[in-house]
Design a protein around this ligand. Sequence first.
Ligand SMILES: *[C@@H]1O[C@H](CO)[C@@H](O)[C@H](O)[C@H]1NC(C)=O
Ligand SMILES: *[C@@H]1O[C@H](CO)[C@@H](O)[C@H](O)[C@H]1NC(C)=O
Ligand SMILES: *[C@@H]1O[C@H](CO)[C@@H](O)[C@H](O)[C@H]1NC(C)=O
Ligand SMILES: *[C@@H]1O[C@H](CO)[C@@H](O)[C@H](O)[C@H]1NC(C)=O
Length: 356
Amino acid sequence: MTPGQTSLRGPDETCTTQESIVSTKAIALLLICGVLCFTYGLFTPLPSHPNIMSWYGNTSSQTSMLHPLPGVWISSTNGRLGNQMGAYAALFGLARMNGRKAYLSMNSANNLGAIFQLTLPPLPAGENKDFQNFRLHDWMEESYEHISLMRVHFTGYPNSWTFYDRYRDAIRREFTFRPMIREVADTFLRSVAAKSTSQLPGANITFVGVHVRRGDYVRVMPNVWKGVVADAQYVIEAMNVMRGSYPDSVFVVASDDVKWCRQNINITRGDVYFVADGIPHASPQQDLAVLAACNHTIMTIGTFGFWAGYLAGGDVIYLDKYVLPNSPFLKVFRYEAFYLPYWKGIPADLSPLKNG
Ligand SMILES: *[C@@H]1O[C@H](CO)[C@@H](O)[C@H](O)[C@H]1NC(C)=O
Ligand SMILES: *[C@@H]1O[C@H](CO)[C@@H](O)[C@H](O)[C@H]1NC(C)=O
Ligand SMILES: *[C@@H]1O[C@H](CO)[C@@H](O)[C@H](O)[C@H]1NC(C)=O
Ligand SMILES: *[C@@H]1O[C@H](CO)[C@@H](O)[C@H](O)[C@H]1NC(C)=O
């Protein structure tokens, strides 16, 4: 049995014992049991689409923190910053809902620990042994609320709020930037505010962080996933939606392709600022700190943009439905498990794929 199958097997086993009884009653029981197996045994692991939210976010089942927690749980992932944050947040959420003690793996301590003021303690020396690997699916499942294993190493790409949004305040606290990083971000936003108010005296400035993910996705999305990245029209539309909500919006742009942004984002209104201009050679974490300090967020795709929106905590606009319906991407990704239900999606223009 793989670790992922530790629960939800009950109904199958009950069926097997009842098969030996031969009587009309038993056959009736068997039939009922069969239905239960069908309903709960075999097909429960993946919650169905429309009901995906029905049991996530139940905060009344939180574990008491009065007793020291048993267990040694860690996680790691090969991904970049956004993926690593997702793995950490999933570990944090799963440990809390199971009443287990989570620790920072070496990998997380070195990477995330240098950026954020995390509260999970580092794994004590000599404890990095005897773990059972537990590969998580990309979204929460009910069985993950009842993991009986004591020494677990989570792997996979659990990039979904469904693992941790019930502890939103705690997660946002975990990702408190270290003071140096936060100060550079605040200083930059203050300089943007000063420039903006000199152009628009008396304006009630609202910072909108804009993250445009391109890089390798420009090729990977069409070639591997039958999908697109955000085009210029999406960015214009999203900016106009924000201007509608917040007339004195000032847009703060970060991207792994600043050149594309300079060519495609219209700066003639004087309300667009590039992080790259204010903080030359900014690291990804520095970009994220700026976006997180903004009031609202325009993201395109990807986990980095997700975290910008989740940490900023205001309105979020995202690129929606950016792969074809038959894309293999949809086997590992669900829009509703990735984007918060109250975020606003703007559907992508898929015509370049259909024409090509
Ligand atoms: C939430 O969890 C509690 C305790 O586990 C349970 O009694 C309650 O029925 C759950 N509520 C929902 C809506 O699932
Ligand atoms: C400024 O805008 C914010 C929303 O971004 C709003 O809550 C606040 O009331 C506004 N203040 C003034 C003085 O208009
Ligand atoms: C850029 O924005 C300005 C001001 O809104 C507008 O007049 C101009 O036509 C825009 N340029 C392009 C290329 O869209
Ligand atoms: C908007 O963000 C700025 C910069 O972080 C902050 O100082 C300000 O209080 C925020 N405004 C609101 C209404 O939250």
